[in-house]
Design a protein around this ligand. Structure first.
Ligand SMILES: [Zn+2]
Length: 383
């Protein structure tokens, strides 16, 4: 039986029309009044005063953000939601899986200039539990949706609620001219701006913190994209031929040391990746390694215990036979007067036993580094 406070509820007949003696229908008006209406044509009615219990809604209520009426919890096809009891209003708000009520929705902003891709309709800008999105104006008949572009939002800046104005700070396109899109991260539960190329993220993005563009107002290339780029550059340097002229040995050393430098930068980008949400940000690798080495020598627990990936890397770095220990040792040499590349590795010369050419060492490190990435990024990756 549908229940509502505004429509009186029908009760069992318990009074009779004194004029005709027939039973009257009774309705509960509210907790204090019951109405009896005769079925006869004489229009007789009575109101009984008393204390009556309404078998109605006694679940949670919230105030409607649109009209101020009471909103009550209901169950629908797509889960629980709050619905406004004011029928003229019709506002609803989803109950999220977290138990929180979804933020108030803005009124859809018509964007008649934006045609849908698959249906004969245009888009409206809506907001939901996952932030702003474009939806076909004739939803639910047309179910098409897509992420809005920053420039599309900027064209309707005046209609956009204040709480979304921070998105207008984002650049309309990335440095290569690709249009910036507004996306939602389920991980951080916030909107961010990115670009893609054939459906693959380019790695360029702008994130927002406390309602403002993060990173000094500059859209940033993510640490993930930077690590990948530096690894690729290392690979390119290692694949470059040193030539066979008189400068070949010097060129080989230059390429090897350049590759080592790039691989060191890639490792620092990796440290930034795994410490993205850590207080204080990424440690400088030398300080970090010294601390890890000291901790091991003293039998202390490794630092950064709260970041599993970092603890794992620290354990790897202090294992002398590991690729990371080798890489860090070569980086230390690179920054010393000694340098990292060895002379005498030129073709035709027999290299000293145990002295593997730096290039070969780096190829090994690069392979191990890349093999490690998927597991290290697992779980900390969403973008
Ligand atoms: Zn309402």
């Amino acid at each position: 039986m549908p229940t509502s406070r505004r429509r009186p509820m029908r009760c069992a007949p318990s009074a009779r029309n004194p004029n005709t003696g027939t039973a009257m229908d009774s309705y509960l008006i509210d907790e204090g009044r019951k109405l009896y209406i005769s079925n006869d044509d004489d229009g007789y009615y009575e109101i009984e005063q008393g204390r009556f219990r309404i078998k109605g809604y006694d679940g949670p209520v919230i105030e409607c953000d649109k009209c101020g009426s009471e909103m009550q919890l209901k169950s629908g096809r797509f889960g629980k939601y709050f619905a406004c009891t004011n029928e003229a209003c019709g506002n609803t708000r989803k109950l999220l899986k977290s138990g929180e009520v979804a933020p108030p929705k803005m009124d859809p902003i018509p964007m008649p200039e934006l045609a849908c891709q698959k249906v004969d309709d245009h888009y409206v800008l809506r907001d939901g539990a996952s932030g702003l999105f474009l939806a076909a104006s004739q939803f639910p008949k047309n179910r098409e949706t897509r992420a809005p572009l920053v420039k599309e939002l900027k064209a309707h800046a005046e209609a956009l609620p204040e709480k979304y104005h921070f998105l207008l700070e984002a650049p309309s396109e990335d440095p290569d001219g690709r249009p910036a899109q507004i996306r939602f991260s389920r991980k951080t539960k916030s909107q961010y701006v990115m670009t893609d190329e054939d459906g693959k993220a380019t790695g360029w993005r702008a994130i927002f913190e406390d309602g403002a563009l993060a990173g000094g107002g500059q859209a940033q290339v993510s640490a993930v994209a930077r690590t990948n780029q530096l690894l690729y550059q290392t690979e390119l340097l290692l694949a470059m031929p040193a030539g066979d002229d008189e400068h070949a040995p010097a060129r080989r050393m230059a390429l090897e040391e350049a590759a080592l430098g790039q691989l060191g930068l890639a490792f620092e980008a990796l440290l930034r990746e795994v410490t993205t949400h850590a207080p204080g940000g990424a440690p400088d690798w030398r300080t970090w390694l010294d601390a890890a080495g000291r901790a091991q020598a003293n039998g202390d627990a490794l630092a950064h215990a709260e970041i599993a990936e970092l603890v794992w890397l620290e354990a790897l770095a202090v294992r002398p036979e590991s690729w990371l220990a080798l890489l860090l040792a070569r980086l230390a040499a690179l920054q010393s007067d000694e340098g990292a590349a060895r002379r005498g590795g030129s073709p035709g010369l027999i290299t000293r036993a145990g002295a593997m050419p730096l290039g070969d060492e780096l190829r090994w490190c690069l392979g191990e580094f890349k093999a490690l990435l998927p597991s290290l990024r697992q779980g900390s990756q969403e973008w």
